[in-house]
Ligand binder design. Structure first.
Ligand code: B12
Ligand code: SF4
Length: 499
């Protein structure tokens, strides 16, 4: 039996950008979901994984499979349906799973033969057996899996063209931020894989560099942090000579021992969701963990960096409290916090989130010609009516944010600082230049986007007040005296997802 597992591309992001700049090789990440599915697949199946982000193959030149499995984030749904249509036309049954299939079940069912919702571990073997006997059900509900004793993902099945390998050590997040689908999808309970399993799988990864895909590697509670320390100790003991990057919440900075152990275990970069420079923004997003009283973001970032760990910060533009000027405000906050790289995204209502429910009920989803419009749900295009920012405003704010943070003098200061503090200056330079080179590409795609989609957006009333600004000025960490910018550190693009 022959099984194709396919990760569809989204030409609006991957292909265009990867070809535009060679630095973007560092931003193509392995589709771990398919490597995990492969590990759950019995030996009698011959598996081929295709990641269209590396190039779309000529499927007609490939042998006819017995079953096709497609994964998709929402932004990949269109292309997923094209691929599904192609194979169904040949009479090959197609099954789809992943976050989009779970959140938009009815839509997905129209395009494929069978859908797996939730995590696949508990149902995949049954589905394959059904496929083998020609009795595929329309729907399988995986729910949330027991992740004890999982076989390692099949890291051997993808070509060695990625800069990073990928691994997952935990699932779930209790924080349930309004814009994020993780709590709905993977649950509020923080589940951890046994440490020996993780170390064993880490060892089987070919690449020297690894992305730990966990939404929050260290969790939120003391027992989570204790487990993270145990994991780091075990990784250090195993002496794998790997360097890895991960996502975590800002409480990563609060425990010196944790930081020292992480660095010893090979942690070189951490992606942290700062989300908004204002407390009002953080409240709006429900990002309570960033609102802890007395949190000094600059000092927290410095504590992490002292362990030779780069800090990439994510912010969101388009909150109800955001007004013209927010782009510069974010760039200023990111510089003041001393971030190595800044990744700013448009507020995007993803299906299954609280934000989606709110914006749908308020009639604020601007790009709603689904499924075609899903391709814009990359967080790199505005897709909704924003309260105080028109379409032109919000795009201008994004460009001004990036131009500001990635201006050449600022980049040079960050790289110099990383050189001075012996914190991976080369990686800092590559990361910053990669982001900078993307600004030009982004401006072109915004121009195309506006030309094609302006009609979907209502004209916006001009804002008259600026409550965000007062909050910004009073924010505990931002109201500190601005430190000399030569202290601002280095950078590198790690992952694009918020934690
Ligand atoms: C790693 C990651 C990335 C990597 C992706 C690498 C890759 N190619 O897979 C990178 C950094 C590239 C990335 C990019 C983006 N990401 Co991302 N990412 C993640 C993250 C943190 C982990 C995903 C992962 O590998 N999990 C581990 C695997 C084992 O789990 P899994 O994918 O869920 O797969 C299981 C099940 O879903 C199911 N399954 C999955 N596929 C299939 C297929 C079949 C056939 C079957 C049967 C079952 C099945 O079985 C698997 C085993 O249980 C998730 C958060 C999360 N917890 O899911 C966000 C997440 C998936 N990303 C998200 C988003 C929004 C994005 C972006 C659109 C925007 C951005 N800038 O972050 C871009 C997408 C760009 C594009 N190409 O269009 C959202 C997606 C929401 C949605 N509705 O689409 C998530 C959920 C985070 C969030 N905050 O909500 N991301
Ligand atoms: S954004 Fe991060 S902290 Fe918030 S719910 Fe999602 S994974 Fe958890």
């Amino acid at each position: 039996m022959k099984l194709y597992l396919i990760n569809p591309s989204n030409p609006l992001v991957s292909i265009v950008n990867v070809n535009e700049s060679r630095w973007n090789r560092y931003r193509v990440w392995k589709p771990l979901s398919l490597m995990v599915l492969a590990s759950l697949t019995p030996r009698e199946w011959k598996i081929e994984i295709t990641d269209e982000n590396l190039g779309v193959p000529d499927y007609s030149a490939m042998p006819r499979p017995d079953l096709v499995g497609i994964t998709a984030f929402t932004s990949q749904a269109n292309r997923a349906y094209e691929v599904a249509a192609y194979f169904r036309h040949l009479g090959v049954p197609v099954v789809m799973g992943g976050i989009h299939a779970t959140m938009c079940l009815d839509e997905v069912m129209e395009h494929v033969d069978s859908v797996v919702t939730g995590e696949a571990e508990s149902v995949w073997a049954e589905l394959l057996e059904d496929a083998q006997h020609g009795r595929l059900k329309r729907r399988y509900d995986g729910g949330r899996a027991d992740i004890n004793g999982l076989a390692p993902a099949r890291h051997d099945l993808l070509p060695a063209r990625y800069a990073f390998g990928a691994i997952q050590t935990t699932r779930g997040c209790p924080l349930n931020c309004s814009f994020c689908s993780v709590t709905t999808f993977n649950g509020a309970q923080y589940r951890q894989r046994p440490i020996p399993d993780v170390v064993h799988e880490f060892r089987s990864i070919r690449e020297k560099r690894v992305l730990v895909v966990d939404d929050n590697l260290i969790g939120t509670r003391p027992e989570h942090v204790a487990r993270a320390k145990e994991l780091f100790r075990a990784l250090a003991r195993a002496n794998l000579r790997k360097e890895w990057v991960a996502q975590a919440t800002i409480n990563f900075a609060d425990d010196e021992e944790l930081l020292a152990l992480a660095a010893e275990a090979g942690c070189r970069g951490v992606f942290i969701g700062f989300e908004s420079p204002t407390p009002a923004g953080l409240r709006e997003l429900g990002k309570k963990i960033n609102l802890v009283k007395g949190r000094d973001f600059r000092a927290s970032v410095r504590r992490i960096q002292r362990h030779n760990i780069l800090v990439v910060g994510s912010f969101i533009i388009g909150l109800d409290v955001d007004e013209p000027g927010i782009g510069r405000q974010i760039a200023a906050a990111a510089s003041q916090y001393g971030l190595d790289n800044l990744n700013t995204l448009f507020l995007t209502p993803l299906p299954g989130t609280r934000l989606w429910d709110q914006m749908t009920s308020e009639g604020r989803i601007a790009l709603d010609a689904f499924p075609e419009d899903w391709k814009y749900y990359t967080l790199t295009f505005p897709v909704a009516q924003y309260k105080r920012l028109s379409l032109d405003d919000i795009i201008q704010e994004m460009v001004s944010c990036n131009r500001n943070f990635y201006s050449m003098p600022r980049i040079l200061r960050r790289v110099w600082s990383s050189f001075w503090h012996r914190r991976q200056p080369l990686i800092s330079l590559v990361g910053n230049l990669s982001y900078r080179s993307n600004i030009r590409v982004d401006c072109q795609s915004y121009a195309d986007f506006k030309r094609q989609r302006r009609g979907s957006f209502r004209q916006q009333p001009k804002a008259t007040t600026n409550p965000g600004r007062n909050e910004y000025e009073n924010h505990p960490s931002l109201s500190q005296p601005h430190r000399p910018s030569h202290l601002a550190p280095p950078g590198r693009g790690t992952t694009q997802t918020p934690a």
